[in-house]
Write a protein that binds this ligand. Structure first.
Ligand SMILES: NC(=O)c1ccc[n+]([C@@H]2O[C@H](COP(=O)([O-])OP(=O)(O)OC[C@H]3O[C@@H](n4cnc5c(N)ncnc54)[C@H](O)[C@@H]3O)[C@@H](O)[C@H]2O)c1
Length: 350
């Protein structure tokens, strides 16, 4: 079996490819445009494998997509390529419309054309797995969880673009019968995440002895899932999920942002003490993100009962090991921080 993975050089995509390369015999084709968020180091060790093929390109490029389908004849697509950072979507929504919506529709269109020409058996087993986010459901109050039936209510340009892409994926199932699967996952953390996101940014700021920006009062709540648990959930859904269905994937680890930042500071005090004072002293509350969703939390009963998937990595253990990884890969962290300051900085939003 050959799996075409889009966005395979990103944070989750690279963890997914590593997982598939280690646990299966599938051939992997990674199509990635190598934007600022991509990380080629995470997959370097697969470059010599005959089972791994990397193609640099954009999911909006119809001819490239056609050629890839013709050459590699994939039996599944796992679609992760996206613009993924909410703050960037607030700065400019257009790249989010282009990649997340137009790119997804382009991929669906070419996949549908390819799928239409397969024989009956190949048609039956083909899957288009769209990887999405819990942010499409909007925001929660103090009570409750997002279920697969929660109506969509996206509130940032990022989540609006992901919601639109989910709707197109569904439409291709209902209109043309393309065998799709959708997963909506909560916030991921782990190695190789670009340091514009809360956890690696906090570690980076500690190491640079710079102020750690926390939006508002840091009271927004996210449900954290280790990326390794996520990729196991993705492969379960690809293998055994019901065609046309969506599955929520969550970590059962709701934490306020300020508590995540304080936990990182506490662990950093032990692992890599500051010359003077504690890392907590670097925390600086900054003007809140516009339209900042208060709480996300996911009910993952469906994937747990149907596919026997559960999150396994306890947040406090996972975060400690994640910090260890960034400390062992400081060079990577600092080189990416250069890319950060070249363009976009969280602090500019004060
Ligand atoms: N990170 C999370 O917490 C999280 C949670 C739930 C869902 N998701 C979804 O999972 C997917 C992967 O997220 P991530 O955190 O790994 O993102 P990421 O930003 O780390 O990686 C995205 C990858 O897509 C590539 N890419 C971007 N535009 C492209 C284009 N036009 N053509 C080809 N490749 C392109 C980038 O080069 C990068 O390698 C996204 O669809 C995201 O919406 C992420």
């Amino acid at each position: 079996m050959t799996i075409l993975i889009t966005g395979g050089s990103g944070f989750i995509g690279s963890a997914l490819i590593n997982h598939l390369m280690h646990t299966t015999k599938e051939t992997i084709v990674n199509l990635d445009a190598l934007t600022y968020a991509a990380n080629q180091q995470a997959l370097k060790h697969h470059e010599s494998s005959s089972r791994y093929h990397f193609i640099k390109g954009d999911i909006q490029d119809k001819n490239l997509l056609r050629n890839i389908f013709t050459q590699f004849k994939p039996s599944a697509i796992m679609h992760l390529a996206a613009e993924s950072h909410v703050d960037r979507s607030i700065e400019s929504a257009i790249p989010f419309l282009q990649t997340n919506v137009v790119g997804t529709v382009m991929l669906l269109t070419v996949a549908l054309n390819y799928w239409g020409k397969l024989n009956a058996l190949e048609k039956e087993s083909f899957r288009f797995h769209h990887v999405s986010t819990d942010e499409v459901y909007g925001t929660l109050g103090e009570e409750g969880l997002f279920s697969e039936e929660t109506p969509y209510d996206p509130r940032s340009p990022y989540s609006a673009s992901k919601a639109a892409s989910d709707h197109f994926v569904n439409a291709f199932y209902h209109t043309y019968g393309l065998p799709i699967l959708i997963t909506n996952c909560s916030n991921n953390y782990g190695p190789n995440q670009f340091p514009e996101k809360l956890i690696p940014l906090t570690i980076l700021k500690c190491l640079k002895n710079e102020s750690i920006p926390v939006y508002g009062k840091g009271e927004n709540i996210r449900d954290w899932l280790h990326v390794e648990d996520h990729v196991k959930g993705l492969t379960s859904v690809l293998k055994s999920g019901q065609v046309g269905e969506k599955y929520n994937i969550g970590g059962d680890s709701q934490r306020r942002n300020i508590d995540v930042v304080k936990l990182i500071c506490k662990l950093m005090n032990d692992k890599c003490p500051r010359n003077a004072g504690n890392y907590e002293d670097l925390i600086q509350f900054v003007k809140d993100r516009p339209g900042h969703d208060a709480r996300y939390a996911v009910d993952h009963q469906k994937i747990t009962s149907e596919l026997k998937w559960n999150p396994h990595i306890i947040f406090d253990d996972g975060i400690s090991k994640t910090i260890d990884w960034y400390l062992e890969n400081k060079e990577w962290l600092f080189s990416n921080s250069k890319a950060l300051s070249d363009g976009y900085q969280v602090e500019t939003k004060k």
